[in-house]
Design a protein around this ligand. Structure first.
Ligand SMILES: [Zn+2]
Length: 93
C-alpha cells in the first residue's frame, strides 16, 4: 500500500476530496468523490477485514454492500471474496 498525498487511497486515480476513517478498522484513508459515492474502500482493507473476522461469512452483513476498486473497475463483495480465496494471506504463525 502506498499513500500519495492528494490522490484517492481507494482507486489511486482521482483527486481526494477528504480523509475519513474506515468504518471497520481504526485508520483513515483519502477518498475521491466517486469512491465515496460507490461506498468503496481500499481492497487491502476489506481483505484484511475478512482475515481479522476469520472468513467472509463472519464479516458483518452491512459490509457485503461495500465495494473495492481493482484493475480500473469497482468490484462487489462476491468478487472481493473470490480474490481473498485466490490469494490467502501469509500467516503470521
Ligand atoms: Zn477513488
Amino acid at each position: 500500500m502506498a499513500f500519495t498525498q492528494g490522490i484517492c487511497d481507494v482507486c489511486d486515480r482521482d483527486r481526494e476530496i477528504g480523509v475519513a476513517s474506515l468504518p471497520f478498522a481504526p485508520m483513515s484513508v483519502a477518498f475521491c468523490r466517486e469512491c465515496l459515492t460507490q461506498r468503496a474502500y481500499p481492497l487491502w482493507s476489506l481483505l484484511g477485514l475478512i482475515d481479522m473476522c476469520g472468513g467472509p461469512d463472519e464479516v458483518a452483513a452491512w459490509v457485503h454492500d461495500c465495494k473495492a476498486f481493482k484493475a480500473g473497475v469497482y468490484i462487489e463483495w462476491e468478487a472481493i471474496v473470490r480474490l481473498h480465496q485466490a490469494e490467502p494471506p501469509v500467516s503470521g504463525n
